[in-house]
Design a protein around this ligand. Sequence first.
Ligand code: ARG
Length: 576
Amino acid sequence: MTEFKHNIASSVKNAIAKLYPAAVISEEEIFGMLEYPPDDTMGDVAFPCFKLSRTLRAAPPKIAAALFAELEAMPPKGAGKVQLVGGYINFFASCEFFAESVLAPLCEKGADYGRTDEGAGKTVVLDYSSPNTAKPFHIGHLGTTVIGHSLKLLHEYRGYSCVGINHLGDWGTQFGKLITAYRKWGSREDIETGGIDKLVELYVKFHEEAEKDPALGDEARAEFTKLEHGDEENLALWRWFIDISLAEYQKTYAQLGITFDSYNGESFYTDKMPEQVELLREKNLMKIDDGASIVDLSEYNMPPCLILKRDGSTLYPTRDIAAAVYRDRTYHFDKCIYVTSAGQSLHFAQWFKVVELMGYDFASKLYHVPYGTVSIGGEKLATRTGNVILLRDLFATSVEKVRAIMEEKNPNMQNKDEAAEAVGVGAIVFYYLSSNRIRDINFVMEEALDFNGNTGPYAQYTYARTCSILSKLGEEAAGAKAPLCTSLDKTERDLMKTFSLFPEKVDEAIAGMEPSIVTRYILELCGAFNRFYQACPIATCEDAEKRALRISLTRGTRDILGKALELICIKHPEKI
Ligand code: ARG
């Protein structure tokens, strides 16, 4: 609809220039005033004339009548009908508009309908997923992982070159704890066979024991200090723990179809921090508070940002500052996006301010994208204890349930394993990405898996249906061009209008860093397609032109739906 809106804005501008030669108003301002009416009897796009009364210094009814007379005589390009209702001028897009400006480019570009190169030459760095190694990948990480990856894919679709970074939490006192626990209670064989679960067990045991015996804490700190000073044995253990953790994460990433361009975690910045600490000192930004080095941010209504502990060791913000400088020098980014839970909002606000005070220009290009908490059945998820819900287990349960449904519905299906995994995992991701990211979510498996609800399985089924319709039509489906039909069934028109909104939804999702806009669009598209499919037969349609139109509508749905699912990290098998 963007193109249609531009045509309207241009015509409205010309009409105003003719009627009110002294008026100063730009086409962009007019574009910004255009609205989508709440229902389609009021047109596809509406112009609220009262918004001009101040600029034009005239009464709204007078403006409306004069503008309407002009626009009715000279309608915007692509408009079939222009109507004046209660101060609004309503514009209806014509059949030609849909044929030429929506369906023709869609037939030509397929899944690239909606791709642009506006980001060409610009780089976006995205820091997401970033689990703390040797701790389990639990349901709280789902948000950063899928929101982050989706934002990456959305930016790529707009031509940006993107760098996905998994900023692993691979450094810190937890490694001292793990090393201590491993030496006391662990064994190599156990961990080689049990993987990350054994590491987590050790970590949990450490916390239980440390409650009884506080000396354990000192031991762990001493082991971490040894690690920091390059102790060979501790370094080898540390590397091994990380490899074990990464192997586990990779399984989850593979289920989601996610890869990263860099796994430079916190440890990577060890040798890059002194330069920044030095700069902070030179610029007189640091002060000593109770032995620790901090940057006072009271002027900005924030608690101080901690740079060095009393013993001189670095902290989470110190590493983030060094990492941002490194990324600026390495990638020359136009945006650097951090996706984490809202619980870290203050941390980001603090160190973003610190780099600004340090004089780094890139400070204005840093974006924190926060998201809400996830609970299951109303329970919040803990991290320090063993009682957490692992993403892996959640996926496995979902996949198992989907498999059982498939066995029942279609026992002879060929690609059952692959399809059950795509649908089971997709259901969870779709459910998660259905609401605005900042909202807290209470996860209900039954809702996520409802094949008839507004769910991932429903969207994937709709996709598979388009594939099956097209494959039954064979050659004909591949060759059909978009014809110009002079009359359209309402469901055909609605479907084309829904197509035309896809590029705008991608824009909105990027502007708001909000993948859920795409998720909700997918539901609109599925709804529009399913209504069309019920009302408009294809295989039995004998009118050649209509038949070609309906085939191209089905193909368009397949292409946009497949791409939209992909943009929110959901796989789409052709057969379910
Ligand atoms: N490892 C952190 C956590 O799990 C998230 C890291 C986010 N990225 C960053 N550059 N601070 O809470």
